[in-house]
Ligand binder design. Structure first.
Ligand code: KIV
Ligand code: NA
Length: 270
């Protein structure tokens, strides 16, 4: 199976509505990528790995080295999906030039097809700088977790007229700058629908709307790895329960000395 490309993803929205919604999930490890890849169009190496993998309190402490190590693992584990790697906080905001230095390392050292960065109008110049130099950029507007300190939390955005207008303008700005797609996170549904209906680039929703051109979720959230998840997450599994039950059975068998059994034990040749 040949790997999808960024232009192929963009073509899925030719002539208005995406007939075939884009499926995207996060992946952080090679084996996880391998299991998700056949079901997805895009895999996102999200900076959410800060909380999910490293137990950090937010995405802010995530480093370029972490993103590159996990990005390379996900590229090695996948054959079909377009792999997109998040640019971590601090690696792209200062100038288009610093963003290019970080993004080119991500592209060269992971083999990913694109980067993602947070911000709308304020990041338009940077998006254009990267896109014009051969680095496809996925934008991310609405609730942007790297701005949690400025936003004051992770509540849904766009409830005021002013903020509603700003998010719409952000979506238009990233398209004009040359982003190939845009993640719309944590906004009231009319904003996601309006952007999906007016933009020519695919919109990928998370906490947005089923009308978006695609959807993304954090895989561990969707698998049921965590007790507490945002309202926009649907738990499709109970992997936390499965891991707990499996570990409990192992612990029981070790304590009663029934593991290892004869099948797991070597004996001298008779
Ligand atoms: O880091 C991440 O996982 C993300 C998605 C949830 C959009 O940015
Ligand atoms: Na992210």
């Amino acid at each position: 199976m040949k790997r999808l490309t960024v232009p192929a993803i963009q073509r899925r929205k030719m002539g208005g509505k995406t007939a075939d919604p884009l499926v995207m999930l996060t992946a952080y490890t090679a084996r996880q990528a391998q299991l998700l890849d056949p079901h997805c169009d895009l895999l996102l190496v999200g900076d959410s790995l800060g909380q999910v993998i490293y137990g950090l309190p937010s995405t802010l402490p995530v480093t370029l080295e972490m993103m590159i190590a996990h990005g390379a693992a996900v590229v090695r584990g996948s054959y079909h999906s377009v792999v997109v790697v998040d640019m971590p906080f601090g690696s792209y905001e200062a100038s288009p030039q610093t963003a290019f230095a970080a993004a080119s390392r991500i592209m060269a050292e992971t083999g990913a097809a694109a980067v993602k960065l947070e911000g709308g109008h304020a990041m338009a110049e940077t998006i254009a700088f990267l896109a014009q130099r051969g680095i496809p950029v996925m934008a991310h507007v609405g609730l942007t977790p790297q701005a949690v300190n400025a936003l004051g939390g992770y509540a849904a955005r766009g409830r005021s007229q002013e903020e509603h207008a700003k998010i719409i303008a952000d979506g238009q700005a990233v398209q004009a700058a040359g982003a190939f797609a845009v993640v719309i996170e944590g906004v009231i549904e009319p904003i996601a629908i309006a952007l999906t209906n007016t933009l020519e680039i695919p919109t990928i929703g998370i906490g947005a709307s089923a009308q978006c051109d695609g959807q993304v979720l954090v895989t561990e959230d969707m698998l049921g790895m965590f007790e507490r998840v945002p309202r926009f997450v649907k738990k499709y599994g109970d992997v936390a329960g499965m891991i707990g039950d499996t570990a409990a059975q192992y612990a029981r068998e070790v304590r009663e000395r029934s593991f290892p059994g004869p099948e797991q034990t070597y004996q001298p040749k008779a």
